[in-house]
Design a protein around this ligand. Structure first.
Ligand SMILES: O=P(O)(O)OC[C@@H](O)[C@@H](O)c1c[nH]c2ccccc12
Length: 254
């Protein structure tokens, strides 16, 4: 699956025209994660569909969802901008950024510098770079480029091998461990457990994907996570503010 997505991205990049605007004022994704509202920082994801789960939220209104996440005390947002596989849109990111006060991550498959410049122009505060999708030299180049233009970077890996590959070339300030294998779609909430000893102490560590319950939060926190990235389990609920409170085991008054 990942290989197929990356082929699609190569085609998209050929057509890519970067909008001529200033972008929108930067909000620090890193600082928001470093000073979380709760015991674990929450990056709440605005996600309509995915290749593994199909359509997740049929009545999808990104701005309504983003505002509900903000009211629920999310620290940051992630917005899918990939269309063919996740039914996301670049416009969703811009609309969300304008509607809330939280830092916003562009969630897409970035393999080229043009996409990073584009991310800035559509209003992103941070970009995702995926270890499994990028040769180490290219990962390093894109990481440096993103930081140079004032974007924060979430560097994601799935396994120990790619973690070691990544750490040979960069020391990411924010590191995500994806519990989902992007080649098989299998999710394992224990994915992070053996990896913590390899990760530099001052790295902000995000556990990503397949997080459904308060128990899952306890587990990944025990493994050393400082933050979680949650999409599906929040999106499936009727009200995303209540969904966050339920996830964190807080009382919900209606
Ligand atoms: O919906 P979930 O299982 O809570 O997962 C959210 C997020 O981690 C997931 O969307 C994701 C993690 N890494 C990615 C890379 C590309 C696309 C999507 C992703």
């Amino acid at each position: 699956m990942l290989d197929q997505i990356l082929e699609t991205k190569k085609e998209e990049i050929k057509q890519l025209i970067i909008p001529e605007n200033e972008g929108l004022p930067h909000r620090s994704f890193l600082q928001a994660l470093a000073k979380p509202n709760r015991r674990l920082a929450l990056i709440a994801e605005v996600k309509k569909a995915s290749p593994s789960k199909g359509l997740i939220k049929p009545d999808f209104h990104p701005v309504t969802i983003a505002k509900a996440y903000e009211r629920g005390g999310a620290d940051c947002l992630s917005v899918l901008t990939d269309t063919p596989y996740f039914q996301g849109k670049k416009e969703y990111l811009t609309e969300v950024k304008k509607a809330v006060n939280l830092p916003v991550l562009r969630k897409d498959f970035i393999i080229n510098s043009k996409q990073i410049i584009e991310a800035k122009h559509i209003g992103a505060d941070a970009v995702l770079l995926i270890g499994e999708a990028l040769e180490p030299a290219l990962l390093k180049e894109l990481y440096i480029h993103a930081e140079e233009i004032g974007l924060d970077v979430l560097v994601e890996v799935h396994d120990q091998h790619h973690l070691e590959q990544v750490l040979k070339v960069i020391k990411p300030k924010i590191l995500g461990v994806n519990n989902r294998n992007l080649k098989t779609f299998e999710t394992n909430i224990h994915q992070l457990s053996g990896m913590i000893s390899t990760i530099p102490q001052d790295t902000l560590l995000v556990s990503e994907s397949g997080i459904y319950t308060n128990n899952d939060l306890d587990l990944v926190q025990q493994f050393g996570a400082n933050a979680v990235l949650v999409g599906e389990s929040l999106m499936r609920k009727e009200d995303q503010t209540i969904a966050i409170k339920e996830l964190f085991g807080e009382p919900v008054y209606e």
